[in-house]
Design a protein around this ligand. Structure first.
Ligand code: ADP
Ligand code: MG
Length: 698
């Protein structure tokens, strides 16, 4: 492997390349757009396009693509070559500013949730200069936003950028109130920790459920799962290590700061965490990471599973979204400061997050709602579907002292009247690492832990940024008009703590008693499934907040409600169809074959000696027959449920029908088949079993 410092970002048209290849004027203009979010000067586009093309062609690229993130959840690209005919019958490599700035993919096959009628196929991709262009294979990829003819966002990036803008605007107002005029821009950063499974390709190829749905729909528990806790942080097997080495190298070339890798809790499960980056870049990078994880796995004869629950009975995969707010002057606004004044500002931002998470629990829940993630949330391996915040003892103590006007025992025995000057210093709390909380303060950032491993992190961060922007706006409105800033600040922080203390919970989030307390005593929301959660996107307060901050238009929200539910329904219906096919055409025939073999053996034995008991054979055949009949009955029910689902009048009803009528029958069918697996000879079973899949990489 070549030197890491040399290969890092070697395929990225980054600041270094721009500086060396663009004129000072063009570079400065572009840099203003990138760093400060100023509007792009169209006259620089031609120069940038030319430089980009030259750089890309030197690196062997022949094509370019507008790379975007439609609402399918994965990235999309359509490649065009740089070639342009020249009069002498040959070609030149050509790329104009116009082609850089705008693309027109035929967008009719991307989900739009009614925003764009299919006859109006046009959609536009627009260059996002804030995320660097890069080369993948032989293609120059230009990160873009994707919108309809009418300007509505059809992707995840546009609202993400809008949410960052909204937060920037409100945060700057607050900073100004604290006398800070030097900060020009505030943005959020994210470090997403990505979990995944690796299994052998040849076993994957034999499992239609994995191929069609990304998860196993059948499979009895292996004799050994994760109960010994011997995989987490365990020694990495050579084959996995080779994979990780290759993966890191590919990611580094793209300027992705792959940093940490280790084995996770379940056998065959691993994690990769990058160093955090600005949210929109972190989002692009996470999409690329997922794509490259899968690509590199193929090269190693492996398959990388990114589904939230590839295997029942062992932990599924999530993604922790470590999030913070910082200024262009390099200050993390979620770091407790050195001086009381800084701490007052810190407390205000902290309160803004607390208020945001409480007021918009539903939006955060919605942002992670998918069919796959429904298997994890609340299943004692990931946070519950109820949102709460973990703050740790010290912060909790400080907030309590402020709320009750009592001395804070932790550091100084002083009543914390937040006349800023008397607020004591406090240190960041690093003692407790509560792993069960959906939303944990971890010293200088919040870790949102409900995301599923395959989720785009855009959705969660859009909601988080927007909700925090709303808290900050309310604060800024109050404080800007206040006669006595310090008094108003004190009252506001106090009020936030009183009003929102219900969302703070430092205990065990996996405990059933917590869910009871959260919902019955504290009145927190518990949207257990995707169909429960998604329709609330259109709740009046949510539409009001998101449209006021210009993160979404009402039409965009309606379309997203539709698309998210549609994605959920399609995913589960495909699972049901796959189960039906596997049960009818592979599992039942296998059971029959084995039962026939056993019966034949019994007959053969009896023909030797009529008084042989043949208990094993008789009991096995009986049990297998019973299970086959049960499975057959479940198949009938499954077919009936599918008919009902198809008859739904809209996608909301379809979601409810799936939740209430279909999922239970799928579990029932699986239970009979999985039990049959445990008493069928291994060589008769039609596809690789859990123990082979989970322990197959050696
Ligand atoms: P853990 O113990 O949960 O793995 P780490 O401290 O290793 O936590 O950090 C996990 C992720 O959080 C990494 O991607 C890291 O870059 C990111 N991170 C660290 N500091 C910040 C920050 N200020 N803002 C956003 N993400 C951060
Ligand atoms: Mg973490």
């Amino acid at each position: 492997m070549s030197k890491v410092t040399e290969i890092f970002a070697s395929n990225v048209f980054d600041d270094r390349v721009m500086k060396s290849r663009l004129s000072a004027k063009v570079y400065n203009s572009l840099k203003n757009t990138i760093d400060l979010g100023t509007r792009l000067d169209p006259s620089v586009a031609d120069a940038v396009a030319e430089a980009m093309k030259e750089w890309a062609v030197e690196k062997g690229a022949t094509h370019y693509t507008h790379w975007f993130q439609p609402l399918t959840g994965i990235t999309a690209e359509k490649h065009d070559s740089f070639i342009s005919p020249s009069p002498d019958g040959r070609v030149i490599m050509d790329f104009s500013g116009k082609e850089l700035i705008k693309g027109e993919p035929d967008a009719s096959s991307f989900p739009s949730g009614g925003l764009r009628a299919t006859f109006e196929a046009r959609g536009y991709t627009a260059w996002d200069p804030t995320s660097y262009a890069f080369i993948k294979g032989k293609t120059l990829c230009i990160p873009t936003a994707f919108c309809s003819y009418g300007g509505e966002a059809l992707d995840k990036k546009t609202p993400l950028l809008r949410s960052m803008q909204a937060l920037n605007k409100q945060a700057l107002r607050i900073l100004k109130l604290f006398g800070n005029d030097t900060v020009k821009h505030v943005s959020t950063s994210v470090g997403p920790e990505q979990e995944y499974f690796l299994i052998p390709q040849e076993l994957y190829d034999k499992r239609k459920d994995l191929i069609y749905t990304g998860r196993t729909l059948f499979g009895s528990k292996p004799p050994k799962g994760q109960e010994m806790d011997d995989h987490y942080f365990g020694v990495i097997k050579p084959r996995v290590e080779a994979y990780m080495t290759d993966l890191n190298e590919e990611l580094w070339k793209l300027g992705i700061l792959a940093k940490t890798q280790h084995n996770e809790v379940a056998p065959a499960q691993h994690e990769l965490a990058p160093i955090y980056a600005t949210t929109n870049i972190a989002t692009d990078h996470n999409q690329l990471t997922m794509e490259i994880m899968q690509k590199v796995a193929k090269k190693h004869g492996l398959v990388c599973l990114l589904h939230e629950k590839p295997f029942a009975g062992v932990n599924g995969s999530g993604k922790h979204n470590n999030w913070s707010i910082s200024t262009d002057t390099g200050v993390n606004l979620l770091t407790p400061g050195e001086t009381p004044y800084e701490n007052a500002q810190f407390l205000l931002f902290l309160c803004a997050v607390i208020k945001a998470v409480d007021d918009y629990q539903d939006l955060l829940r919605i942002s992670v709602a998918t069919a796959g993630n429904d298997h994890r949330l609340g299943a004692n391996e990931a946070p519950p579907a109820v949102i709460s915040i973990f703050l740790g003892e010290e912060l909790e103590g400080i907030l309590k002292a402020i709320e009750t006007d009592t001395p804070y025992e932790g550091i100084e025995k002083k009543v914390m009247k937040l006349g800023v000057s008397v607020l004591p210093r406090f240190t960041r709390d690093t003692t407790d690492r509560n792993r069960t909380s959906p939303f944990a303060f971890t010293g200088n950032k919040f870790e949102f832990r409900m995301l599923g491993s395959s989720n785009s992190i855009a959705c969660a961060n859009i909601m988080l940024n927007a909700a925090v922007a709303e808290s900050l706006k309310i604060y800024a409105d109050r404080l800007e008009g206040a006669e006595n800033f310090e008094e108003a600040l004190h009252q506001m922080i106090k009020k936030t703590i009183t009003d929102h203390r219900r969302i703070i919970f430092n205990g065990n989030g996996y405990d059933d008693a917590w869910i009871k307390e959260a919902t019955e005593v504290r009145g927190l929301l518990n949207y257990r499934t995707t169909p429960d959660a998604i329709p609330h996107l259109m709740d009046e307060k949510n539409v009001k907040m998101l449209t006021e901050h210009k993160v979404f238009s009402e039409e965009e929200l309606r379309s997203r409600t539709e698309i998210t539910l549609e994605n959920y329904c399609k995913a589960v219906v495909i699972e049901a169809n796959t189960m039906e096919q596997l049960a009818r055409r592979e599992i039942l025939p296998a059971i029959e074959e084995y039962a026939a073999f056993v019966a034949k053996t019994a007959n053969a034995k009896k023909s030797l000696a009529t008084d042989l008991a043949c208990t094993y054979e008789t009991e096995t055949v009986k049990k297998l027959s019973q299970l086959a009949s049960d499975a057959y009955k479940s198949l009938d029910k499954l077919a009936a449920a599918l008919v009902k689902v198809q008859g739904a009048k809209d996608v909301i009803e379809e979601g409810y029908l799936i939740r209430d009528e279909l999922l239970g029958v799928m579990d029932e069918l699986r239970a009979s088949c999985d039990e049959a697996e445990t008493i069928t000879a291994a060589k008769f079973w039609p596809f690789p079993t859990y123990d082979e899949l989970l322990f197959g990489v050696r």
